[in-house]
Design a protein around this ligand. Structure first.
Ligand SMILES: C[S@@+](CC[C@H](N)C(=O)[O-])C[C@H]1O[C@@H](n2cnc3c(N)ncnc32)[C@H](O)[C@@H]1O
Length: 186
C-alpha cells in the first residue's frame, strides 16, 4: 500500500509557519516567472491561492499524500476557475518522485524533508530523502533554490542532507528568510 498522510492539514501559522513565510519570501524577492515545486500543500493550499491573488507571478506544482487535501484542491479548482492555470497539485508519495515527470523547477520547497520516510516505503523502492533532493536538482538550472524549514521536527536530519550536498559542491548555502533556509544549486 502507498504511504498516505491521512490528515487534512489546516493553516496553523503558530505551529507551522513555513508556507506563510514562503509567501512572504516570494513577495520580498519579487519572484516572477519562477516554476515552484511545493512539497506538502496542506488542505489550505495557501501557496497556490496567494499566487493566484497576486495575479499569478509564478507557476506552482504541489504534491500532497493526503486524499483529503487533494479533494480540497479539486473543490478549489472548481470554485476558482483561474487557480488551476498556475497552481496544480498531484497526489502521491514524494519518495516516488520521478524526474521524467517533472517540468523545469526553479524553486523547491522541501520544508518537510525527512519527516515522512519510513520502512513502509522500502516495500516499493522509495527514494531516500537525499535522492528526493537529487531528483529535484536534476530538473533545476544552476542558481535554482532548494528551501528547508528550520522549524521542522526533522530539521536536524534535513540539515545533514543539505550539509552532504554542500560538501559535494552541488548546492551552496544562501542564507535565511525567517524560518526558511535557502540553498542554491551550484
Ligand atoms: C504538516 S502538513 C504541512 C502542510 C503545509 N506545508 C503547512 O505548513 O501548512 C504536511 C504536508 O506534507 C504532505 N505529506 C506527508 N507525507 C507525504 C509524502 N510521503 N509525500 C508527499 N507529501 C506528503 C501532507 O500531505 C501535508 O500536505
Amino acid at each position: 500500500m502507498l504511504q498516505i498522510w491521512d490528515v487534512n492539514w489546516f493553516l496553523d501559522e503558530a505551529q507551522c509557519p513555513c508556507d506563510v513565510h514562503f509567501v512572504e519570501w516570494t513577495a520580498s524577492e519579487q519572484l516572477r516567472d519562477a516554476r515552484i515545486f511545493h512539497f506538502g500543500t496542506g488542505g489550505h493550499h495557501i501557496i497556490g491561492l496567494a499566487n493566484m491573488e497576486q495575479g499569478a507571478p509564478n507557476t506552482i506544482l504541489g504534491i500532497t499524500a493526503s486524499p483529503q487535501e487533494f479533494d480540497d484542491f479539486v473543490k478549489l479548482a472548481i470554485e476558482k476557475p483561474t487557480l488551476s492555470r498556475d497552481y496544480q497539485v498531484f497526489f502521491g508519495d514524494i519518495y516516488l518522485l520521478n524526474a521524467r515527470m517533472l517540468p523545469r523547477i526553479d524553486v523547491a520547497t522541501l520544508f518537510h524533508l525527512c519527516e515522512f520516510r519510513g520502512d513502509s516505503q522500502d516495500a516499493y523502492g522509495g527514494l531516500t530523502d537525499k535522492q528526493v533532493v537529487e531528483t529535484l536538482l536534476e530538473v533545476m538550472p544552476a542558481g535554482g533554490r532548494i528551501m528547508l524549514y528550520s522549524g521542522s521536527f526533522a530539521y536536524d536530519k534535513a540539515a545533514k542532507v543539505a550539509e552532504e550536498l554542500v560538501a559535494e559542491g552541488r548546492i551552496v548555502a544562501k542564507g535565511d528568510f525567517k524560518t526558511l533556509r535557502i540553498f542554491e544549486k551550484a
